[in-house]
Ligand binder design. Structure first.
Ligand SMILES: [Zn+2]
Length: 306
């Protein structure tokens, strides 16, 4: 029988949405004990392999920009451009708090390795793990970076206390066992080492919570019109519990909402209208309270004994 990845419980409540994948229904589910949300059943490892076929990484520009990057390199100004840091939430946060510190750093989901390369220029020791064969090859061949092709759940490439900083963006919700993955970070990060996670929190939005309640009352459920990429849906409460359970203490949790113009609209005309009407109140509610956002930026410290 399936047990909850966070608390080990086995009493679940169905949520009013599901995915259809290869003739199977994968249902949104919430653990009654700890409120972790996940799909039940999960896709099998073989199904996941089909789900993340070649197209996933070549057709989604966010995941693999390698072809563009190859052109950019051929166009010249290579080294100067490569050493230039492109600021983002993660580097802004770390460089502001730890100026001048050279970390032993692991980036999970490093793509073609541009961020790793620029952090190396700051004196950091950088390692990468990347599931796209194409992007990982590029990082090794063109940027001479120690990037391993693989999956954080199955890789055996890293050893105890190897790193003092790790970053993983938009990966945890795709994995079969987030708890086992955090346990792995607990092992490969030294005592006091930092783990930074970026992840979605879509089911944390007030509009989605209200929608669930309404669907529940009406006895309706919604078939999702995308493949089942997210095996888990986290909230600030459940990600905090999961980190604590695997030996991390929370340093910071930001829960912003995407500005309205960045929210992609889908569904029927009525659904589009409802989403638009919900966006601005949600945006300002989030600005005022710092809660109910649909993104999370989480910093946690490894609390294992020295
Ligand atoms: Zn649970």
């Amino acid at each position: 029988m399936r047990t909850c990845d966070l608390c080990g419980g086995s009493e679940f409540r169905p949520l009013p949405f599901y995915y259809e994948f290869e003739g199977q229904r994968l249902r949104g589910t919430r653990c009654r004990r700890c409120a972790l949300m996940f799909l039940d059943p999960q896709p099998t490892p073989a199904q996941l392999e089909r789900l993340y076929g070649k197209d996933y990484f070549t057709e989604r520009p966010n995941y693999d920009r390698t072809q563009q990057e190859v052109k950019f390199i051929e166009d010249g100004q290579k080294n100067q451009a490569l050493n230039e840091l492109r600021p983002d939430k993660f580097t802004d946060y770390i460089l502001a708090r730890y100026p001048g510190r050279a970390f032993r750093y692991l980036e999970v989901g490093c793509g073609p390795g541009y961020t790793l390369k620029s952090l190396q220029a700051l004196g950091w020791t950088t390692h990468g793990l990347e599931i796209s064969v194409h992007a990982a090859d590029f990082a090794r061949r063109e940027l001479h970076l120690p990037v391993v092709t693989g999956n954080i759940e199955t890789t055996e490439d890293f050893h105890e206390n190897q790193f003092d900083l790790a970053y993983m963006g938009d990966v945890l919700e795709h994995l079969l066992s987030p708890a086992a993955t955090l346990a792995k970070f607990h092992r490969i990060l030294e005592p006091g080492g930092l783990l930074v996670l970026a992840l979605p929190a879509v089911l944390n939005l007030p509009a989605v919570r209200l929608g669930f309640a309404a669907y529940g009352l009406l006895g309706k459920e919604r078939r999702m019109d995308i493949p089942p990429y997210h095996l888990y849906e986290f909230t600030p409460a459940t990600i905090t519990k999961l980190l604590n359970a695997q030996g991390f203490e929370l340093v910071e949790l930001r829960n912003p909402v995407k500005p309205p113009r960045h929210i992609r609209l889908g569904g029927s005309l009525m659904e589009k209208a409802a989403k638009l009407a919900g966006q601005y109140p949600t945006y300002w509610l989030n600005k005022l309270t710092g809660r109910f956002g649909d993104r999370m930026f989480v910093v946690a410290r490894n609390a294992k004994p020295v």
